[in-house]
Design a protein around this ligand. Sequence first.
Ligand code: MRU
Length: 365
Amino acid sequence: MKIHGKHYRTIWTNDDGRSVEIIDQTLLPHTFESVTLKTTEDAAHAIRSMQVRGAPLIGATAAYGVCLAMRQDPSDAALDHAYDTLLETRPTAINLKWALDDMRNYLRNRPHDQREAAAYERAAKICDDDVETCRRIGENAAAIIKDIARKKPDGKPVNILTHCNAGWLATVDWGTALAPIYMAYDQGIPIHVWVDETRPRNQGASLTAYELGAHGVPHAIIADNVGGHLMQHGQVDMCIVGTDRTTAHGDVCNKIGTYLKALAAHDNDVPFYVALPHTTIDWTVGDGVKEIPIEERGPEEVTQMTGRTSDGNVVTVDIAAPGSPAANFAFDVTPARLVTALVTERGVTEASKEGLAKLYPEFAS
Ligand code: MRU
């Protein structure tokens, strides 16, 4: 995607071919700045602190975290230590484990003196594959948007509601849920996006709106509670979101609040789509509500807000009385029955064991 006329991915290697650069997403939308990762701990910190976030990008960053470990010490012990350090950074997005498993399996049986080069090759492939996968998801879901557009009167815009950020900032490029929006918009389909602000970390207001604005896609940020009202009044044609972990049965774990939007969509006959790459499917899990670990983050994310004042300073302020306790669950699970369809790089399928097994026979048991 382009920022200030320059094409960026969210993660890349520097000219030395070894250090890794990321966009610091904690500074967006006020400052666009990159940060250099030189060690595995730098990569772990970037994931933990959410300088990088979004399931596919978390996986890509972990892959490079393994590269940085192999650069310092290509031993089995260092490989296992990097795996464990990176795996414990965030518990919910399964792409993290997928990427770490892929890297470790790829490196484990190689001679030590080949591991560093092999690791960088593999991490680059994970990134390139993610870009191509997201592009295909975009094409598959753009067809759905175009279909809705055809049925709308007089070139009226397709109103799409999305939650959190599942755009290019959440992946290596393109995004999952936002990729079809960019593609359909570029093909001249009139589109308007309702952007859930996504409390408490405001990924919608800070990142999705930033992305859509940079691309020129018409949109409006809405408070998290507004979607149901819009749906009751016919102002949402479809919802599309990303996911951090989708089970083999089609249950969808995504940013907290997704479930409530799916309930409202179901009640109002608004189609609810989930866009995902195969790397987000956890084939070992059936019942998402019971089995997926839900990240709990610090209470200060709920009791405080960060923003820019009119004099340009970014400040954090309290929005609750001193000492008010808060709970901060970062994800929830939307049962498969509330999902109209899953859109993957291989096509569109119903959210069910059978649907996923048809698309991915090699993984399904
Ligand atoms: O806590 P975050 O910002 O990492 O959560 C991100 C999401 O919930 C996204 O919707 C999800 O990772 C899909 S990204 C393509």
